[in-house]
Write a protein that binds this ligand. Structure first.
Ligand SMILES: O=P(O)(O)OC[C@H]1O[C@](O)(COP(=O)(O)O)[C@@H](O)[C@@H]1O
Ligand SMILES: [Mg+2]
Ligand SMILES: [Mg+2]
Length: 315
């Protein structure tokens, strides 16, 4: 049994997906033993973007860099690396957030890996500073009670679950779809006072419930792991928001376009959902810099449209 079922992967990308699946299994096993022989939440420095790194951020980057080499990747762009690494040979460019949700490592809450694939360009930076619509695949791994890999190569979204006994991912949903509407929203509400008016207006109308303009009650969630929020949204719908806000350093939100928002947007759109920065579709963007941040809203189509309508002054 192969580590990754080949049926829905373009043949040229199969070595990469097998390497990614093997890396995910390696990482999942280490995460499951956190605290036994090593402390994965230990401070490990600061990355080029000024984010504090944990031991697991660095380990995950090493594990996926090795997978990239094995999987035919020429250009490797990681949230944990300052510049694009040129691996010398290979046809692909891989953008990766090796470990998403770092603040949750020691709390035994789901963390993940997010990745995006492009054909390699002639120069390392050109592989990623291009229209994000040129992605040819994207996916994430969630290390949760269950390890799952959700990915798309332009023919809908497939969901795979890790069978620990077989040491292989098994296809469980060939056409994962985000329910078009749902009564859940996810945002870090502690930043309410810093949000722009359209985000406050959207959240206010959700909080007003049956007495408000939406005439229904909503539930709120915040896990502080983008991958975990995404997985819930892919299973039962809802919307995720990490807007720009008034805090220093949050002028464009927190999440990175190349490593987080572009792949999630690709998956969301392939699953029938939407993704916007409030003003325009994420999939229409062209990153100006590798570590660029953007405000990010994605999930069920109707809810994303509602947020966009607030930004347009049409709600
Ligand atoms: O702590 P905050 O501001 O709520 O931010 C949480 C967000 O930051 C992230 O952890 C950023 O990702 P990293 O852990 O890869 O830096 C997201 O997964 C999550 O949605
Ligand atoms: Mg992240
Ligand atoms: Mg990360």
């Amino acid at each position: 049994m192969p580590a990754f079922p080949p049926a829905h992967v373009p043949p040229g990308l199969l070595p990469l997906m097998e390497a990614v699946a093997a890396a995910a299994m390696t990482l999942a096993a280490r995460i499951a033993r956190n605290g036994v022989a090593e402390h994965l939440g230990a401070a490990a420095g600061v990355n080029s973007d000024g984010d504090a790194q944990k031991a697991l951020d660095v380990i995950a980057d090493e594990v996926f860099l090795a997978a990239a080499r094995a999987g035919g990747v020429r250009h490797y762009a990681s949230e944990e690396q300052e510049t694009v690494l040129d691996l010398g040979a290979g046809a692909w460019a891989l953008a990766i957030d090796p470990l998403d949700g770092s603040s949750n490592i020691d709390t035994n809450v789901s963390v993940g890996t997010i990745f995006s694939v492009y054909p390699a360009a002639a120069h390392p930076e050109a592989s990623f500073l291009r229209p994000v619509a040129e992605q040819i695949g994207a996916g994430y791994v969630i290390y949760g009670p269950q390890v799952a890999l959700v990915c798309s190569f332009g023919q809908g979204v497939q969901r795979y679950v890790l069978d620990l006994d077989a040491r292989a991912f098994v296809l469980v949903d060939v056409a994962a779809a985000i329910p078009p509407a749902a009564a859940e929203f996810a945002i870090n509400a502690s930043n309410y006072r810093h949000w722009p008016a359209p985000v406050r207006a959207f959240v206010d109308e959700c909080l007003a419930g049956t007495e408000g303009p939406r005439a229904r009650n909503f539930n709120m969630r915040w896990i502080a792991s983008l991958v975990a929020e995404a997985h819930r949204i892919f299973i039962r719908g809802g919307v995720f928001l990490y807007p720009a806000d008034g805090r220093k350093g949050y002028e464009a939100g927190r999440l990175r376009l190349v490593y987080e928002c572009a792949p999630m947007a690709y998956l969301a759109v392939q699953a029938g959902g939407g993704a916007t920065d409030g003003q325009g579709a994420i999939l229409d963007m062209v990153p100006a810099t590798l570590h660029q941040r953007v405000p990010f809203v994605f999930g069920s189509r109707a809810k994303v449209d509602r947020v966009a309508a607030h930004f347009a002054g049409e709600a």
